[in-house]
Design a protein around this ligand. Structure first.
Ligand code: CUA
Length: 338
């Protein structure tokens, strides 16, 4: 109507399922709202007082009616519950094989880091027809990564990694929005997902990155920070061996067992004393404030690359197009706020 977009495009595998549930809920709410309004008005007319001394007739009980108005709403809410749970689980559980991409939210931009090394600001290139998993964190305050056309949305929280996944179904450009108030430029914290045909995406990827893959950047950093003096592959170092650790359970010195996921590796870099591996001394220095979130991502990706069964995109080194390098949009000089 008048070219005004009332409803976002539907461009991911989950979009139709979300829409079906949404329209069902709107329809259901509309049906009962109208039914109740019509009944109120018609009963008010039908049972209106006709004489000044008219007294209403008392009604005692009505078992069938009471069972009816208990059982029918119960069944309707159960339909909503199971349908909603089905869609929720489909959105929450990513397929085993996904293309993994890191996203860092920052006042007021989205920084995207591809495993192959490419970096983007407020743009995200993905191939059509392939499940994509975004591993997201924030550098400052809580943001919310939202792509309405894909019906995906998640808070992006400093200090931890949030994940969402989607499978784009048609090439095109779709809006990325920040859906959580995060400061003065919040409304301008937008971007675009560019969904490409697989061949065009491969061409884009082979544009490459100057520093090579994210894992190789991490490997270099690992040496620069002298991590390799303690974390040695031969188990004679002062720190745990990192080979084949990612994704595996880790026994801590206090008896707890945790999974070595992205958040665990990040915490172990920034505040190592928080979780000490069983059999080791708390000798590692904290890197909080010494490495950026992007450097942490590179180190995580390097640790991942040390595991034989790593997931996601195989590492593809190559050159980058300087025209597509990092550019920082003007963010003004406002102080950080939440
Ligand atoms: Cu970031 Cu709102």
């Amino acid at each position: 109507m008048f070219g005004f977009p009332l409803f976002p495009d539907s461009a991911s595998t989950i979009a139709e399922e979300v829409d079906a549930l949404y329209f069902f809920l709107v329809g259901l709410s509309g049906f009962f709202s109208i039914l109740i309004a019509v009944l109120i008005v018609s009963f008010a007319i039908k049972f209106r007082r006709r004489h000044v001394d008219e007294v209403g007739q008392q009604v005692h009980g009505g078992l069938l009616l009471e069972i009816g108005w208990t059982v029918i709403p119960f069944l309707i809410t159960m339909v909503i519950f199971f349908w909603g749970a089905k869609v929720y689980f489909a959105m929450a559980n990513a397929p085993a094989e996904t293309l993994n991409i890191y996203v860092v939210g920052k006042q007021w931009m989205w920084k995207v880091q591809h495993v192959a090394g490419q970096r983007e600001i407020n743009q995200l290139h993905v191939p059509v027809g392939r499940p994509v998993k975004l591993i997201m964190t924030s550098e400052d305050v809580i943001h919310n990564f939202s792509v309405p056309a894909f019906r995906v949305k998640a808070d992006v929280i400093p200090g931890r990694f949030m994940q969402i996944w989607f499978e784009p179904t048609k090439p095109g450009t779709y809006r990325i929005l920040c859906a959580e108030y995060c400061g003065t430029q919040h409304s301008r914290m937008t971007g675009e997902v560019i969904v490409m045909e697989p061949t065009a995406y491969q061409t884009w990827l082979s544009g490459g990155a100057p520093e090579g893959s994210l894992a190789s950047t991490g490997e270099k950093l690992f040496a620069d920070l002298a991590c390799n003096t303690c974390h040695r592959p031969d188990s004679r170092g002062r720190g745990p061996v990192l080979e084949n650790v990612f994704g595996q359970p880790v026994q801590l010195h206090d008896g707890r067992i945790v999974t070595a996921d992205e958040s665990y590796v990040r915490e172990s870099i920034l505040t190592p004393a928080a979780k000490i591996t069983a059999g080791f001394q708390p000798v590692m220095p904290a890197f909080q404030g010494l490495v950026t979130e992007e450097q942490v991502l590179a180190l995580i990706e390097y640790v991942k690359s040390l595991s034989s069964q790593q997931q996601g995109e195989p590492v593809r080194p190559g050159p980058i197009d300087p025209a597509r390098g990092e550019t920082t949009p003007s963010t003004g000089a406002e102080p950080r706020q939440r």
